[in-house]
Design a protein around this ligand. Structure first.
Ligand code: CA
Ligand code: CA
Length: 352
């Protein structure tokens, strides 16, 4: 039914959160004890697609996670099997609408990686979109105010752009997707994190030093030639205490390209490291080291930081990660809990 010529991972992740109050009874208790009441939320990806066959643009919301009554749950709705039975999109939408979190036609605010608003998108109907080999329920609608989808497309970062082409229901398609996080409820303003060139130089130094140590702990690191390089760095202040939380992607890999004869050995090792700076010496908030058997170009996006957003309305930002596997993609929400960045949700997966 679908033939994807190119599948690099479609979409981005998103999570949702908001922490609701369990009941009327517990609500009065929660308000008395907590100065920061939490709220229900819906988090997803705002995807703007350009149809390269006719240069038309359209926006869609892929719901990732719902935060309700203090819990995160998967907000996606997979209709792959129904689509394979050659059902019509309109029939599938009708059959599944009542189960969808988008059925109430919510309005989402699209945000950048730091959590600042890019515009509001109001859902007015449901549809089915193809994500790799999966068919998923999405929301269609329109941008509110002055923005239009083409302008929004040009505003979205190109580094997470995806290309998709092939045949779907006998129709040829060729699309370019750009995406960003979106949520039903976001703070009206998020103070941008400021860091000086000197501070950023220090973060880089710390990431390389600590990342090199983390990678060396992996037993397979010895068989990989080359030195450790910092591939990406992003600075956040998730808990708004004025002290940064810094993300770094590090890679140890040989400079020479991989040949088919050495494919059986580990080709590269990546480390995704988060550092906290509440003390003079940086502390590791989270660290993940993964050896890969495939060329580095294929795995550099395995762990993508989509951005930070206050999913549960407690005033602190959660981090949304897209996990890109070989044949499957899913999304995680991480919460800063004391000295650790911990996953509180993983789901909304799709793939082949
Ligand atoms: Ca902080
Ligand atoms: Ca939060």
């Amino acid at each position: 039914m679908i033939n994807l010529k190119l599948f690099a991972g479609v979409g981005t992740a998103l999570v949702l959160g908001s922490c609701g109050l369990l009941s009327t009874e517990s609500r009065s208790v929660a308000i008395a004890q907590s100065p920061t009441p939490r709220q229900d939320n819906l988090i997803g990806l705002f995807i703007v697609k350009r149809n390269n066959l006719n240069q038309q643009y359209r926006g869609e919301i892929y719901p990732i996670v719902q935060y309700k009554n203090g819990r995160y749950s998967d907000a996606s709705l997979d209709v792959t099997l129904q689509m394979r039975q050659d059902a019509k999109e309109a029939d599938i939408v009708k059959r599944n609408a009542a189960k969808s979190v988008l059925n109430s036609n919510p309005t989402f605010t699209a945000v950048n990686a730091q959590g600042n608003s890019l515009g509001k998108f109001s859902i007015d109907r449901l549809g089915v979109s193809q994500f790799a080999c999966s068919s998923l329920l999405i929301g269609r609608g329109k941008l509110l105010g002055q923005s239009n989808v083409q302008t929004m497309f040009n505003q979205l970062p190109r580094d997470r752009e995806r290309q998709l082409s092939g045949f779907f229901n006998g129709q040829e398609f060729d699309e370019t997707w750009r995406s960003t996080l979106a949520a039903q409820s976001v703070p009206s303003t998020v103070t941008p994190v400021r860091s000086t060139p000197v501070q950023r130089q220090q973060y880089r130094k710390d990431l390389i030093q600590i990342g090199t140590r983390e990678i060396a702990k992996n037993p397979q690191a010895k068989s990989v030639q080359g030195s450790v390089a910092l591939m990406d760095m992003q600075v956040f202040d998730l808990d708004r205490d004025g002290k940064p939380e810094v993300y770094g992607k590090l890679r140890k890999a040989p400079v020479r390209p991989v040949t088919p004869s050495n494919r059986a050995t580990v080709q590269s090792i990546y480390a995704n490291v988060w550092l906290g700076y509440t003390a003079p010496q940086p502390k590791i908030l989270a660290s993940q080291v993964v050896p890969y058997f495939v060329p580095t170009s294929e795995v550099s996006r395995a762990y993508e930081v989509l951005g930070a957003i206050d999913a549960n309305g407690d005033g602190k930002q959660e981090v949304l990660i897209q996990n890109n596997g070989y044949e499957a993609i899913n999304f995680s929400v991480y919460e800063l809990q004391g000295n650790q960045l911990k996953p509180v949700f993983t789901g909304a997966g799709y793939g082949c």
